[in-house]
Design a binder for this molecule. Structure first.
Ligand SMILES: C[S@@+](CC[C@H](N)C(=O)[O-])C[C@H]1O[C@@H](n2cnc3c(N)ncnc32)[C@H](O)[C@@H]1O
Length: 259
């Protein structure tokens, strides 16, 4: 039986309570400064304040990760509220990662199609998932658990049944309003796809490991961790999401057991 710990408050304070080197994998998607209506958190802060939030979070994530641990940070380029210029949050986050002692193992491009069209610039169809490691020579990478079907079935040089590396460009549909409605998740504005988190957890942790999400939101990371027999600890500033998180942790796990 695995544990799924959920606590409410500022993740930078709550992470201080975790022991050093106690977490194998951290995955998160912080607020992007996109004026999303989260509730308690104001999603339109000055970029320097956003950097402070990510910097402070990374410092603690680095401390609590095991030496072979990984940190996956999902961020995207966003338009500045006033100037409309695109701010590459992934580049900013990379610099903060370096400052905090991380090495970038891959910049994964998460590609999707279900998003609105722009009329004055090219429509955005990707977000970044930065895969940081603490030690570039020693980290968990369970490639065999995340292989995808081979493209060519008739090439004798490859064993078609063995599957192939999923590469650094991933396609997963975004969780849009229709999906949220179907799953009863409308009360959270920004949810990442469980299938993408499933790939990350399988790839970078083992059963029984601890997985951390400092910006838990609706609880996706913890729900998937539980399904895959990993312990989890998730922090969320807004208690408004507690009911949703706990409901997902019980119902979606039950659905997995019954499936
Ligand atoms: C993009 S959402 C995460 C969504 C999540 N990945 C999911 O699938 O549901 C970011 C979350 O961070 C929370 N948040 C903002 N600042 C925080 C902080 N300092 N500590 C903890 N949570 C915070 C917001 O309330 C919001 O729910």
């Amino acid at each position: 039986m695995v544990e799924s710990r959920v606590e409410f408050g500022d993740c930078r304070d709550l992470m201080r309570k975790l022991k050093p080197a106690s977490i194998r994998l951290a995955i998160t998607s912080p607020p992007y400064n996109l004026k999303k209506n989260y509730g308690l958190y104001a999603d339109n802060v000055h970029i320097e304040e956003w950097k402070n939030l990510i910097d402070g979070t990374m410092k603690e994530v680095h401390r609590v990760l095991t030496n072979d641990g990984s940190f996956f940070l999902n961020v995207s380029p966003v338009p500045d509220d006033k100037t409309k210029e695109i701010i590459p949050l992934d580049s900013i986050a990379w610099e903060l990662g370096k400052k905090n002692g991380f090495y970038l193992r891959n910049k994964i491009v998460w590609h999707f199609n279900n998003m609105q069209n722009c009329v004055n610039r090219l429509s955005g169809r990707w977000e970044a998932v930065l895969w940081f490691v603490k030690d570039i020579d020693n980290y968990v990478f369970n490639l065999k658990d995340i292989k995808i079907p081979c493209i060519t079935k008739n090439d004798k040089r490859f064993d078609a049944n063995a599957g192939r590396n999923p590469t650094d460009v991933w396609y997963f549909d975004r969780v849009n309003n229709m999906t949220k409605k179907k799953m009863g998740l409308e009360c959270h504005p920004c949810i990442y796809p469980a299938q993408m988190i499933e790939r990350i957890i399988k790839m970078s942790s083992d059963k029984g490991d601890w997985v951390l999400d400092p910006f838990l939101g609706s609880g996706t990371t913890s729900v998937v961790a539980k399904k895959l027999n990993r312990n989890s600890v998730g922090f969320e500033i807004d208690k408004k999401f507690e009911h949703l998180i706990r409901k997902r942790l019980s119902i979606e796990t039950l659905q997995t057991i019954l499936a």
